[in-house]
Design a protein around this ligand. Structure first.
Ligand SMILES: C[S@@+](CC[C@H](N)C(=O)[O-])C[C@H]1O[C@@H](n2cnc3c(N)ncnc32)[C@H](O)[C@@H]1O
Length: 261
């Protein structure tokens, strides 16, 4: 595969997110965009952490339902625990395919799982779903006859309408066996004006972004069977401890898990 260019001069969504999570894999342009976003939305770090915690709880839920294959698109720069660590703790034979389009994530693509399971990485863009579905690494790792958890965590808000995000998710799901799950989070303007301001800063910094309303988020789950509590926010999805009420205005994301029947 051709080695993709890493451009430190232009902010990238993976590295801005890494900055909010307190990581060290970010450049000046990423920190500038991240800090500007924090000025207009002081709770972006809380949002990032709650989003990440939801991802782990939802992946563990899928593993507890017997899912042994995971396709995580928009993986991000590794942040422990990663998805494969969470699910391989439940079953060491679980297989995980990570996908991202950021060269920095590719540089970290040595995430190793258990010897019994398998963890692999595909450098691809979710806007070209066939490049993911036909990737040799994926074909060698996932059995299409077995159910898979497709996780799209904080990634589809980087796919603007002109790239047909609903068709992309439908197409990915159509390749998965019945009994598969869709696990997803997405930024929204529904809980306050702050996230729209973050979107504006992303655009000004050269990054894509399209936040979506509740109805627009729900549309990704058309024809799927919701897992209780259905469409909610990351911190309110099966929390291990009750979240403080103030988080409802701070975490401006939707979250949901649903099953393909
Ligand atoms: C906000 S981070 C979320 C990381 C991780 N899923 C999490 O929630 O902790 C968004 C990730 O999506 C990736 N991403 C953005 N646009 C993408 C695209 N078109 N194709 C693949 N990955 C993309 C970014 O590189 C970044 O790693």
């Amino acid at each position: 595969m051709e080695s993709p260019e890493l451009n430190p001069q232009v902010a990238h969504t993976a590295r801005v997110y890494d900055y909010w999570l307190g990581g060290h894999d970010n450049y000046e342009a990423d920190r500038r965009a991240g800090a500007r976003s924090e000025q207009v939305h002081p709770h972006v770090r809380v949002t990032a952490r709650q989003n990440r915690n939801f991802m782990l709880r939802a992946a563990e839920f899928c593993a507890e339902q017997g899912i042994r294959q995971f396709l995580d698109i928009g993986t991000g720069i590794p942040t422990e625990p990663n998805l494969h660590q969470a699910v391989q703790r439940i079953d060491p034979t679980a297989r995980v395919v990570y996908v991202d389009n950021d060269p920095m994530v590719l540089a970290h693509a040595l995430m190793t799982g258990t010897p019994q399971g398998r963890t692999t990485y595909v450098h691809a863009d979710v806007r070209q779903p066939d490049s993911i579905l036909t990737a040799p690494e994926l074909l060698a790792t996932l059995d299409p006859t077995l159910p898979t958890a497709l996780s799209l965590i904080a990634v589809m808000h980087f796919v603007e309408d002109e790239h047909s995000p609903y068709d992309i998710v439908d197409h990915l799901l159509s390749a998965l066996a019945p009994g598969s799950y869709l696990v997803m989070t997405h930024a929204t303007p529904d809980f306050g004006p702050e996230m729209a301001e973050v979107e504006r800063i992303y655009h000004e910094s050269g990054m894509p972004g399209q936040i979506r309303t509740r109805a627009e988020f729900a549309r990704f789950f058309t024809n799927l069977e919701w897992v209780p509590p259905a469409l909610t926010t990351p911190h309110n999805w099966r929390p291990t401890i009750a979240p403080p009420a103030k988080m409802d205005s701070q975490v401006q994301f939707y979250a949901g898990v649903a099953r393909k029947v």
